[in-house]
Structure formats: structure tokens, C-alpha cells
Ligand binder design. Structure first.
Ligand code: SF4
Ligand code: SF4
Length: 292
């Protein structure tokens, strides 16, 4: 049986589950973690270790990161664009355009692992690192990688591609050290690998400007209680509710801020002005069931 598309069907199913929770406002930490656990189990190579026959459909190759970086490597160095990577990247980008970081937020196994670990209580959560700093590092790595390909013909993401660990074929020491480091950082910081290293995180952040769906903030409803900020794990909510414009930090569409708001000021819906006919205030003001 040809299982090629199975991984992509799972991507869409996980994102659909997430969108159902977001639109219905039923999103909670426990049901979000349940979807993320499924993402890690199905797409993080775990099920393939147990059932190797599923390797063709659910194997890590090509990983989200390789879909971009190995594709560019093949294109720049050899002038070829392997179909399997083109398709994988197209699916990831399509989901990221459909909604802000819907792939990263709901289907990526490495993102899921980091967020599940971050949600474990008992570890004092550190304030998020400055987004300007983390994004600078992420951008710098990408520029260095492109320069390395073009100038030296070398692939510089190799040693820091954490998806390699999810092939579960490196040595025990490498897996424990690599995942241990990311896991330890995740206990205190929200998605450190995504914000600091991952090129898919960087590209999907750029795409947020064009994403159709996302978190919407209705300023007219907000009473400035700041309850949402106490549950939001990300650096993106504060600039959003302060009305800052421009390039805001990544929002993973986790939706945890939505039920936290007692005034219903945060919703999930069409956030891109290109696709909206009415003003944000008009849209949210007519929503039934969320008025105080
Ligand atoms: S930024 Fe990279 S590691 Fe993080 S969720 Fe997205 S693809 Fe996965
Ligand atoms: S603003 Fe933060 S808490 Fe709200 S959905 Fe985005 S990532 Fe989650």
C-alpha cells in the first residue's frame, strides 16, 4: 500500500482538531496537550519505532526543517528540486497561510514536545527572551546557512537540526543530550528551539502577515484586567493587546488566551484585513454568548 500522503493527512487532521477547539472557544490546556501528544506520537517517529511498516507514511523524512533547508541545498548546489521536499514544504506553507503558524502550533512534533514540557507545572517559567534577540539569532542562522551554501557549498544546519534526533537512529548519548538540552530549556522557556533556531519557524513567522486566520483582539471589549497575559505562554500577546503594529513575535495559535479573557475580547477568526469586510470591533461586537 502506498502510504506517501499519510503524514500530510495527519497534519491536516491535527490542525482541523485544533481549529475546532479554537473556533468553539473550548480550547483548554488539557485538550491542547492531548492534540500535541498525538502530534508527537504520530509524527515524532515514536509510532514508527513501534510499527516500522508505517515508516513510509509517517517517517520523519523529510522533516519539516529538511523540507526547506535540504530543498534549497539541492536547488542551489545541484539545480534539482526533489518532489518529496517540495510537497512537504508546500503543505507546511499552505497550513501557515491558512492560519497563523497552524502547522507549528498544532502539527509539528518538535514544537509539540517543547510545549508539552513547558506546560509541566512546578518549574518557574522564565520571562520570554527578548523577541528582537531571538529573532535576530534565527535570522542570522538562516543568512549564514544561505551564505554557506552559495559560497562554500556546505550545509550548516546539519549539527543543529534537532529533527535528526526524531529519526531515533542516532546514538543513545546524542539523543539524550540533544533532546535533554531542548527539553530542559523548554521547562523554563516557551518553545526555545522554535524562536531561536528553526528556519521553518522563521519562514512561518514571515508568513503571519499573510495568514488568513488568527487570534483577533477586540479593544472595545477589553477592560485591561490583563488576565490573558497570565496564561499566555508566548511573547506575542502583550504587543497584540497594546495595539502595536508591524512585525509582532510569533503567535502559535495555541488559543490559550481565548478562554482566559472574561470579556470575550480574544477570538479566533479571520484576522487578515485582506479577507475581512467589516472592522474588528463590528465583527466581535455582534458575537452572541460572549457579552458580559
Ligand atoms: S518552528 Fe520548527 S520546531 Fe518549532 S514548531 Fe515550527 S517547524 Fe517545529
Ligand atoms: S497570543 Fe500567545 S497565548 Fe494567544 S494564541 Fe497566540 S501564542 Fe497562544
Amino acid at each position: 500500500m502506498h502510504l506517501f500522503a499519510l503524514k500530510y493527512l495527519v497534519y491536516y487532521a491535527l490542525v482541523a482538531a485544533g481549529m475546532g477547539l479554537l473556533f468553539s472557544r473550548r480550547i483548554r490546556r488539557w485538550n491542547r496537550n492531548a492534540v500535541l501528544l498525538l502530534a508527537f506520537f504520530l509524527l515524532g517517529g515514536v509510532i514508527v519505532v513501534w510499527i516500522p511498516q508505517l515508516g513510509q507514511g509517517l517517517g520523519m523524512h523529510p522533516s519539516p526543517m529538511c523540507s526547506l533547508t535540504r530543498l534549497l541545498e539541492a536547488g542551489i548546489l545541484h539545480g534539482v528540486y526533489p518532489q518529496v521536499m517540495v510537497i512537504s514544504l508546500a503543505v507546511i506553507l499552505a497550513l501557515s497561510v491558512l492560519g497563523k503558524k497552524l502547522f507549528c502550533g498544532w502539527a509539528c512534533p518538535l514544537g509539540a514536545l517543547q510545549e508539552i514540557l513547558h506546560s509541566i507545572p512546578g518549574f518557574k517559567k522564565s520571562p520570554n527572551l527578548s523577541f528582537a534577540f531571538t529573532n535576530w539569532i534565527r535570522t542570522y542562522l538562516f543568512v549564514i546557512y544561505i551564505a554557506g551554501l552559495v559560497i562554500y557549498g556546505s550545509y550548516l544546519y546539519g549539527p543543529i537540526n534537532a529533527f535528526e534526533l526524531l529519526h531515533w537512529r542516532l546514538s543513545y548519548t546524542e539523543v539524550v543530550l540533544g533532546l535533554g538540552l531542548i527539553g530542559l530549556a523548554s521547562l523554563f522557556y516557551y518553545r526555545p528551539y522554535c524562536y531561536l533556531v528553526c528556519p521553518i519557524g522563521w519562514v512561518s513567522w514571515l508568513l503571519e502577515k499573510f495568514s488568513i486566520l488568527g487570534i483577533r483582539f477586540n479593544k472595545g471589549r477589553c477592560n485591561s484586567c490583563r488576565t490573558c497575559l497570565k496564561v499566555a505562554p508566548c511573547p506575542s500577546l502583550q504587543p497584540l493587546i497594546e495595539g502595536r503594529k508591524g512585525w509582532l513575535p510569533d503567535c502559535t495559535s495555541c488559543g490559550l488566551c481565548i478562554p482566559a479573557c472574561p470579556k470575550g475580547a480574544l477570538t479566533f477568526g479571520i484576522s487578515n484585513l485582506l479577507f475581512r469586510k467589516e472592522s474588528p470591533t463590528q465583527h466581535c461586537a455582534t458575537r452572541p454568548g460572549v457579552d458580559s
